[in-house]
Design a protein. Structure first.
Length: 296
């Protein structure tokens, strides 16, 4: 399979992230007596999901994928018991939700880490972007900070503190920056392209905008250790962290060849599959949550 499959072993626990999986069993859905496992996603039409449904069925697990239009909805739905799991976010995003909502959703498995790209329909190169132009970025705090780091690496802005996972537009040194930055709801950055010089677009919305991942004129490096908090995860309520059926679903997602091929197709080979011990995922989440509270 053309995708890069990376296993980060427990020996790397010092670089906060991880996973370990259990076997199958029976489980209940959100309604207690319902054996259908409801999983919230953003982008149900992505090719990995039909393969995942089929592989889960072969293992005796019926799943229902619940599609959401944007990132703001799946975590509250999981908290309220409308879902059993969700799979759409990275650790930084989950930490921000848990702290702001005073909740305890928890990662139960890793999936992939994706580069975050800068796209333009006006310019073919970052160097071509003119002084004073406007660049759109996602407005949710975790992706906003990461987008600012992408723009800084591309030489379009300079952040006063050097940049971190908590950077905001207030940290932009405008006198030393080439462009202006406009935060927008994540799904709107792609549709803003006709009106801006460039936009940082989350992977879920790239192809919907008629773009390909190869069109990115700049992106971050998913193999950089500093990108580890941006690994995507399956999340569950804390009480369900040891649910054997849910852990079996994570195992299927990570190991089924057709699911992995679908992931590779969905990201045009840009995603890097990772199997990270759950204890390290939890430790990373706790660290980011502590840092988030300290920022507050």
């Amino acid at each position: 399979m053309p995708s890069t499959r990376t296993k980060i072993l427990a020996a790397l626990a010092a670089a906060p992230l991880v996973i370990g999986l259990s076997a199958c069993a029976s489980g209940a859905g959100a309604e207690g007596g319902d054996d259908v496992v409801r999983i919230g996603v953003v982008g149900k039409s992505d090719p990995q999901w039909p393969a995942f449904e089929e592989a889960a069925a072969e293992a005796g697990i019926e799943i229902e994928l619940v599609d959401f239009a944007d990132y703001a909805q799946p975590n509250p739905a999981l908290t309220e018991g409308e879902l059993d799991l969700n799979q759409f976010q990275h650790i930084v995003y989950l930490a921000d939700y848990n702290v702001s909502a005073d909740e305890d959703l928890t990662p139960i498995g890793s999936t992939q880490i994706y580069p975050l790209g800068l796209y333009s329909t006006k310019y073919e190169s970052v160097d071509d972007i003119e002084e004073g132009e406007t660049v759109a970025i996602p407005d949710d705090p975790s992706n906003l900070a990461r987008a600012l780091l992408v723009l800084q690496s591309a030489g379009l802005i300079e952040l006063e503190d050097g940049g971190s996972i908590f950077s905001t537009v207030a940290d932009i040194d405008e006198a030393k920056s080439k462009v202006k930055v406009t935060p927008l709801e994540a799904s709107l950055t792609a549709t803003s392209l006709p009106d801006v010089a460039a936009a940082v677009i989350n992977n879920d919305f790239v192809e919907d905008a008629g773009l390909s991942f190869e069109d990115a004129i700049a992106k971050d490096d998913p193999t950089d250790p500093n990108a580890l908090p941006y690994v995507n995860i399956f999340a569950a309520r804390a009480d369900d962290a040891e649910n054997e059926t849910y852990l079996k679903l994570v195992e299927i997602f990570q190991t089924d060849p057709e699911v992995q091929a679908g992931l590779d197709e969905a990201s045009a080979g840009t995603g890097v599959s990772v199997e990270i011990p759950v204890a390290d995922l939890e430790a990373s989440l706790a660290d980011v949550e502590d840092d988030t509270r300290a920022q507050g």
